[in-house]
Design a protein around this ligand. Structure first.
Ligand SMILES: Nc1ncnc2c1ncn2[C@@H]1O[C@H](COP(=O)(O)OP(=O)(O)O)[C@@H](O)[C@H]1O
Ligand SMILES: [Mg+2]
Length: 248
């Protein structure tokens, strides 16, 4: 399978402390790649560097063949980013948020409206898109944020802990959306500290701890390092690798 993203020796320090400590990994075209790790592992810092929001101290990333350092605009055309913190206008309807962000990416008004309708359907909000976002549940707001990231038809979608603190219905809807996108050919990077989620959703997983990727593989490959994959959890893999529990 082709490589879509290649990160080489990527590093970032804050106040002398390594948040991301020289990580190298690849994401293959059309896979769901999970970064699984506890809070503070460096997942968000990694996503921010991969998505050109934060300049790395060292290393580089190629996305669709383009460097995040030297070809930022080429990279930005190809990616969609759904950040860990919500970024939307609560006073506007979901539809108007989407049209606004679509216009920001250069779509005409007409194209933005058509795309807004399509992405609302993709996240399962087609019936509620006219309502102001402040009346939405946390899970619905999260789905609008994912929809915003889809406005420019990204080849690679970054989802940073999209299911934290939301209702089970929205969570299932987000899983459906992510799997549907993958089936349509979108490559996805999904971060989470929920091991069951990574296990269920991801084609391959990088386990992250203290700024490093300490293991990479399919869920079954990772579990095989510990025992019979059918009877092992990723929690046990993390425990074996670090001596600690990956708790919520
Ligand atoms: N802007 C920042 N300034 C200082 N420290 C930061 C900043 N962003 C992240 N960190 C630190 O870097 C480490 C990794 O954080 P983060 O990437 O947010 O991890 P995760 O997303 O896995 O929870 C943490 O110790 C965090 O406190
Ligand atoms: Mg984070």
């Amino acid at each position: 399978m082709d490589t879509y993203l290649q990160a080489e020796a990527l590093a970032k320090r804050f106040d002398g402390v390594a948040a991301v400590d020289g990580i190298s990994f690849v994401i293959r075209t059309k896979e769901i790649f999970g970064l699984l790790g506890p809070n503070g592992a460096g997942k968000t810092t990694t996503i921010r560097m991969l998505s050109t929001i934060l300049a790395p101290d060292a290393g580089d990333v190629r996305i669709g063949g383009h460097s995040v350092i030297h070809e930022r605009d080429e990279v930005r055309k190809r990616i969609g980013v759904c950040p860990q913190e919500l970024a939307l206008y609560p006073e506007l309807s979901a539809f108007d948020n989407l049209v606004f962000f679509g216009r920001m990416t250069g779509l005409s008004g007409r194209a933005a409206k058509a795309r807004a309708r399509a992405v609302l359907a993709e996240v399962g909000l087609e019936d509620r898109g006219g309502e102001t976002v402040k009346k939405y549940s946390g899970g619905m707001k999260r789905r609008v944020n994912i929809a915003i990231a889809l406005m420019n038809r990204p080849e690679l979608l970054f989802l940073d802990e999209p299911t934290v603190g939301i209702d089970p219905q929205s969570r299932n809807k987000i899983f459906e959306t992510v799997l549907g996108l993958r089936d349509e050919g979108t490559t996805v990077l999904y971060t989470t500290h929920y091991m069951e989620e990574a296990d269920r959703l991801c084609d391959r997983i990088g386990i992250m701890d203290r700024g490093r990727i300490i293991a990479v593989g399919t869920p079954a490959e990772l579990k095989r390092q510990v025992g019979d994959p059918a009877r092992t959890t990723l929690e046990e893999v993390f425990l074996r690798l670090t001596g600690r529990k990956l708790r919520d």
